[in-house]
Design a protein around this ligand. Structure first.
Ligand SMILES: Nc1nc2c(c(=O)[nH]1)N[C@H]1C(S)=C(S)[C@@H](COP(=O)(O)OP(=O)(O)OC[C@H]3O[C@@H](n4cnc5c(=O)[nH]c(N)nc54)[C@H](O)[C@@H]3O)O[C@H]1N2
Ligand SMILES: Nc1nc2c(c(=O)[nH]1)N[C@H]1C(S)=C(S)[C@@H](COP(=O)(O)OP(=O)(O)OC[C@H]3O[C@@H](n4cnc5c(=O)[nH]c(N)nc54)[C@H](O)[C@@H]3O)O[C@H]1N2
Ligand code: SF4
Ligand SMILES: [Mo]
Length: 698
């Protein structure tokens, strides 16, 4: 039996940002087993439950297999099967018509979390079509870290887990569940075994707390206050890196004055972290060299994200941890085609001026459109109308803040096409639905454009079923219909060859190598300075006036003010078994996590008469949902943590699979947004809870 199995090396993708090297066992064009590849560049044999379950995506009986055209009213769940030619012509005709009537900018292109090379082919398509509006989740995912980094120190400082650190700070990062952006947790676990110390800053007692020196159980949404408190202690106690500060920072004296008010006592009142623990944490971080901050996504789920990310970079800088091995580094790309060239940014020099976001005064260099601004353009036609939408690798009905608003926008759009593996609440609202070939079914490149300094080969291992097409192929054919043909290839796989040409490799040679990593160069600033206007790390932003940015990181408030009507604080984390709203339909994963769960402390549960397993109504000022109570002391009695991304694939198409019932984004608001990134509050929201009816049903 086992002799018939062919083992193929590839890298995991699309179950998160990807990264693990896999050995995939194939028999008769079907994947029979997946194992972690012991030679995997990042994972050395590690694999998570999603990785193991990932082939189940491919053979699911309800997977989309043919292009579909809406038959009934929008969202009614009635479809006709059509051919690819009909589907592509229909999309092209609608998008071209909208362009003719309202201009190219009236068509928006939607993307979710970057999953593979198709992400960049879609941005290229938007550029060639002439639309400046690519809507992504970047307002709540990575743009605040990346772009604040560019403005403060000239690069995006990522945690360097490739070299030993004396100390790792997990700041809002549940790395053993999320392996965030290819920071595979096995890399950290190896270091911890070898003596690296750990600090965890998280409102929940995550698994790694048991391996940590210190756990700071922070009040959700107050990370800026905590970071300023640490800066206060480090400066007051003169623990900072004097040489680095003197030679390579701009505005240190201003920072010294500015953080005086953030005493541990004051910060403790805001964050609930005891003052002595703030002091000890500051001392341990400042004295450990090198130390790295693995900063996670919740630092971007708050209207104050610019202040949080600024304060954290100041912390890295004054302790001498920027651009040193084992610190927070500028990961250099291998010699491959640059992002700008790949997406043909050169053909669209006026993009910044024309983008929806520019009229909202976002921070320069932030080139994608936050979901709230996109929907404002659709619904209120501000700053101009948007009428058409092509969405790929995304499920906005669940992932955008304020889901009712998404529903309204999808109802109002003149034309929407969605490409996915499965009928989702968003696809169910489309006019055309396209069936895609996904990971394992098409050649792909992983980690391009993510800023971690490597790319990974994801060669195809099986053929896709029936009429499923890779996204790149769809975009290549659509591109020829809605933009100048000369920019598209005869064979879509040429796009992968393009990326590799500067490295003098073909795709198959790249597959042989498995991955490409950029050069390891540190302290580049010693030769060239930092890529900021002052050539230094800008503790005080020299561009503040010019770009209307706050010059110093400050505590600018809670995400929302306290409200006695809503006495608890709501947060969330990603589930280890799912990717956002994806894959509730994979049986083996669903068995592991069958319901959306809301975590609460035993004291909280008893105060509200809630028992383990009860259906609980969670309410904020904006809406209410129901989830199942999970009683645990990993959480503070004043906080609850609900699940994000829940819809019910077993539900009915005509009600978009019960998208309202348990969906976290029914509890969030599009109306209060951070200035620089249009970021909403997804964490730290005032809320209240009660048992739902008899507590038996969701
Ligand atoms: N309240 C709240 N909201 C959040 C977050 C949160 O923590 N809380 N997190 C935010 C973050 S960090 C992010 S990145 C976003 C994520 O937002 P999205 O990326 O929109 O979320 P997903 O649920 O992953 O949707 C991905 C869709 O892509 C489909 N898909 C998978 N593979 C392929 C493929 O190869 N091709 C195509 N065409 N489709 C594919 C999946 O089936 C799924 O329907 O959500 C954000 N929204
Ligand atoms: N299994 C799985 N893996 C994923 C994803 C997924 O959906 N599922 N999504 C992928 C994507 S797109 C992203 S962006 C990353 C995100 O991965 P992470 O950065 O790890 O994000 P989260 O799981 O949202 O939150 C991390 C931790 O922050 C804590 N937290 C919540 N609120 C706060 C707060 O206000 N302050 C602080 N300091 N901590 C807080 C949570 O309790 C949680 O333990 O993961 C990627 N990997
Ligand atoms: S951690 Fe991510 S890349 Fe690794 S197996 Fe799991 S889903 Fe795949
Ligand atoms: Mo994300």
């Amino acid at each position: 039996m086992t002799e018939d199995i062919r083992w193929i090396k590839t890298h995991c993708g699309k179950m998160d940002h990807g990264g693990c090297g896999l050995l995939v066992g194939v028999k008769d064009n079907r994947i029979v087993k997946v194992k972690g590849d012991p030679d995997g560049f990042l994972n050395k044999g590690y694999v998570c439950p999603k990785g193991i379950a990932s082939p189940e995506r491919l053979n699911h009986p309800d997977r989309l297999r043919y292009p579909l055209k809406r038959a009934g009213k929008r969202g009614e769940g009635k479809w006709d099967r059509i051919s690819w030619d009909e589907a592509l012509n229909e999309i092209a005709e609608n998008l071209n018509n909208i362009k003719e009537k309202h201009g190219a900018r009236a068509v928006a292109f939607g993307l979710g979390m970057p999953k593979g090379q198709e992400h960049f082919v879609l941005i290229r398509l938007a550029n060639l079509f002439g639309s400046p509006n690519v809507v992504t989740s970047q307002d709540v995912c990575h743009a605040p870290r990346e772009i604040t980094g560019l403005h403060t120190c000239g690069f995006y400082p990522v945690a360097d887990l490739h070299h030993p650190s004396k100390l790792v700070v997990l700041w809002a990062s549940n790395i053993t569940s999320t392996n965030e952006e290819g920071e595979i947790s096995s890399m950290l676990l190896k270091q911890l075994k070898e003596g690296t110390e750990l600090i965890v800053i998280d409102p929940r007692k995550i698994d790694l707390v048991k391996k940590s020196e210190k756990w700071l159980q922070i009040r959700p949404g107050t990370d800026h206050a905590l970071a300023l408190g640490l800066l206060n202690v480090i400066i007051e106690e003169s623990l900072y890196d004097k040489d680095f500060v003197e030679n390579w920072t701009h505005g240190f004296e201003d920072l010294r004055e500015h953080v005086k008010e953030y005493t541990p006592e004051k910060v403790s009142d805001i964050t609930w972290v005891p003052p002595e623990l703030i002091r000890e944490t500051a001392r341990l971080y400042a004295r450990s060299k090198p130390a790295t901050i693995q900063w996670g996504n919740p630092v971007e789920h708050n209207i104050h994200t610019f202040h949080i990310t600024r304060a954290l970079i100041c912390l890295m800088a004054i302790c001498g941890n920027l651009d040193v091995p084992g610190g927070n580094v500028q990961a250099l790309d291998p010699k491959i085609m640059g992002l700008g060239a790949f997406v043909r940014a050169d053909l669209f020099p006026t993009k910044w001026k024309e983008m929806i976001s520019t009229s909202h005064g976002v921070i320069p260099r932030f080139m994608t459109i936050p979901s709230s601004f996109f929907r404002k353009a659709v619904i209120e036609e501000i700053p101009y109308p948007v009428k058409g939408f092509y969405a790929m690798c995304t499920n906005p009905m669940l992932s955008y803040v304020d889901s009712r608003h998404t529903y309204d926008a999808l109802m109002k759009l003149e034309f929407t096409a969605v490409a996915d593996l499965f009928m989702t609440p968003t696809a169910a609202m489309a006019d055309i639905v396209l069936p895609v070939a996904s990971q394992f079914e098409t050649d792909d490149i992983g980690h391009y454009g993510l800023g971690h300094g490597y790319i990974l080969a994801r060669p195809k291992v099986v053929d896709p079923p029936e009429e499923c097409w890779p996204d790149i192929k769809i975009l290549n054919e659509l591109g020829k219909r809605i933009s100048p043909e000369e920019y598209w290839h005869d064979d879509y796989s040429e796009f992968l060859e393009d990326v590799l040409k500067p490295a003098d490799l073909t795709y198959s040679q790249f597959v042989e190598k498995g991955y490409l990593k950029g050069p390891e160069r540190y302290r580049s600033y010693e030769k060239k300075g930092f890529r900021t206007p002052t050539g230094k790390v800008e503790l005080r932003l020299s561009t503040a006036e010019k770009f209307k940015l706050p010059p110093m990181p400050s505590f600018t408030g809670f995400p929302e003010e306290d409200d006695p009507e809503y006495p608890l604080v709501l947060t969330s984390s990603k589930s280890r078994y799912y990717l956002h709203s994806s894959y509730r339909w994979i049986k083996s994963l669903r068995e592991k996590r069958p319901h959306p769960k809301v975590e609460m402390h035993p004291e909280t549960a008893s105060k509200y008469g809630i028992h383990e397993g009860d259906a609980v109504v969670i309410e904020t000022r904006y809406g209410k949902i129901t989830q199942i109570a999970y009683i645990t002391d990993i959480i503070d009695p004043r906080v609850i943590s609900a699940s994000h991304g829940w819809w019910f694939p077993e539900g009915k198409a005509e009600s978009q699979y019960e998208w309202e019932k348990s969906n976290f984004n029914m509890l969030t608001s599009k109306d209060t947004l951070g200035k620089q990134f249009g970021t909403p509050n997804l964490k730290g929201l005032p809320c209240r809870i009660r048992v739902n009816g008899d507590g038996k049903t969701l």
